[in-house]
Design a protein around this ligand. Structure first.
Ligand SMILES: Cc1ncc(COP(=O)(O)O)c(C=O)c1O
Length: 483
């Protein structure tokens, strides 16, 4: 049973639906009355009855004073923040809000090069100028980690006017950098640390996991409650701690960028996910860590498979590991990560992502021994069916050359562009991004001057058959540049 004491927002929605008020308001399906049968099946009749907004007792995301404020306050308390703001546009929306609250046009901002596209979107929205830091790269397993505090310190010394530091923590692969030291480096210079913690909503609930961003001193944190906890897809939270970025500024920007019709099912799912973590977080996340550790040990005994663990931490950009992320290197089976992911799908297993060498599996607070066992059996079968089929020569992947910045990502985004043969792109300004996996570090970002060395890198990585994301022409025969 949900009552206001446990989940205030979910309880208010239930109470409104039960009140029997006849709806002469949005949404047009009127609490399910006009909903097509397929939608009723999808969301359930009860869900549709509660899918309302604008009623006074349901509060207002843009000026929360009632049940929504209470729900956000409870989330802030659980994650130890001063304020939580619900986002119904995922962590992308929260990242856009935290950057817009902090940066203005022309401001310099320190960002790691392996940022998610939402941070690039934040650069376009704000007009800020990125000072890129090259993340540390681990050749084996072939993934980019975080940046070091020393590189942040150096960048801040070279760019004393920088207005903020952005960090990705942990990475998609679960690798956590030395965030406390990075926060200290930013704060010594009086600038806030903004953290993309899309993959870290669960960290707080197990001592065996890296510390979460707020406890490391982050000022603003964008967290995907939907990715690793129980909220519905699209539901995330923006947290603020301390006053380096003024509270009112954060509220105003989050409000400006949010829809005036936020979906209450999504917001209630945040309230309920918070409740679940409050009541069962340590048990569930602790179980996920144990299952993943057992799986890691078992996978490492399967011929041709390798799943790195804590033994690989303690190097630059990789201080600690979120053990619930299993990055399984399949090169020993002569398979690419993409091929292995396809073959596993045929065995009824869907992985999170694949790159040229690895397949990434997420063990979450939802999993039990049964799911872990199924994954292990599928991986064992994959090994038995492919072992000895010829080893793939290990690709020698390098990090891309550094390129001079010509215009800001915002100017590049709004400028006129054209597509030219790649060989003729030298000396032109990039209008698009190109990133190979591995190393997962963008080779070219919009606004950068394309050098001969950069074109050489793009040609070489394409020749090696690595997957590229970003460009309109994935064969890279042509590239988009500013006119
Ligand atoms: C590192 C990182 N940051 C931000 C995001 C954006 O999160 P969302 O999908 O919730 O908008 C993602 C999504 O995959 C991500 O991997």
């Amino acid at each position: 049973m949900i009552d206001a004491d446990r989940a205030p927002l979910a309880a208010a929605m239930k109470a409104y639906a039960a009140s029997g008020a006849l709806a002469f308001h949005t949404p047009g399906h009127k609490q399910g009355l006009g909903a097509p049968p397929l939608l009723r099946e999808l969301v359930t009749e009860q869900g549709l009855r509660e899918e309302v907004s604008l009623a006074e007792e349901l509060d207002d995301l843009h000026r929360p004073e009632g049940c929504l404020k209470e729900a956000q306050d409870r989330a802030a308390r659980l994650w130890d923040a001063d304020e939580a703001i619900f986002s119904v546009n995922g962590t992308t929306g929260a990242i856009h809000a935290m950057m817009t609250a902090t940066l203005s046009s022309g401001d310099e901002v320190i960002v790691p090069r392996n940022i998610h596209r939402s941070v690039v979107g934040g650069l376009v929205l704000t007009g800020a100028r990125p000072v890129y830091l090259t993340p540390e790269f681990d050749e084996m397993p072939g993934i980019a980690h975080g940046v070091t505090a020393e590189s942040v310190r150096r960048a801040l010394a070279a760019h004393p006017e920088a207005k903020a530091v952005v960090a990705v923590y942990p990475t998609y692969y679960g690798v956590a950098s030395e965030l406390r030291a990075i926060a200290a480096a930013a704060h010594e210079k009086g600038v806030p640390l903004l953290v993309d913690e899309a993959h870290g909503a669960h960290l707080r609930f197990s001592d065996a996991l890296p510390p979460d961003a707020l406890s490391c001193g982050a000022d603003l944190v964008a967290q995907s409650t939907h990715k690793l906890l129980g909220a519905m897809t699209q539901a995330s939270i923006l947290f603020r701690k301390g006053g380096r970025v003024p509270a009112e500024r954060v509220r105003r920007t989050a409000s400006m960028l949010a829809t005036t019709s936020p979906n209450y099912l999504l917001m209630a799912s945040l309230d309920i996910a918070r409740l679940q973590m409050e009541e069962e977080g340590e048990m569930r996340v602790g179980r996920a860590v144990r299952l993943a550790e057992e799986l890691r040990t078992a996978i490492n005994e399967v011929p041709g498979l390798w799943c790195f663990g804590r033994e690989r931490m303690g190097r630059p950009g990789a201080e600690a590991l979120d053990a619930t992320k299993l990055t399984v290197n399949v090169s020993g089976l002569g398979l690419s990560g993409e091929e292995a992911m396809r073959l596993l799908r045929g065995k009824g297993i869907q992985a999170e992502l694949a790159d040229a060498r690895n397949v990434l599996f997420i063990v979450s607070m939802a999993d039990t021994k049964r799911e872990a066992e199924r994954l292990f059996l599928a991986l064992k079968a994959l090994s038995q069916e492919n072992e000895g089929k010829g080893k793939e020569a290990l690709l020698s992947v390098s990090t891309p050359p550094t390129l001079p910045s010509a215009v800001s990502p915002r100017e590049a985004f709004f400028a006129a562009w054209e597509s030219v043969p790649l060989s003729r792109a030298v000396g032109r300004i990039a209008a698009e991004e190109a990133t190979f996996y591995p190393p997962g570090i963008p080779a070219v970002v919009p606004g950068e001057m394309i050098t001969e060395e950069a074109v050489g890198y793009l040609v070489e990585m394409t020749r090696m058959g690595l997957k590229v994301t970003g460009p309109q022409d994935p064969s890279l025969s042509t590239f988009c540049v500013l006119k």
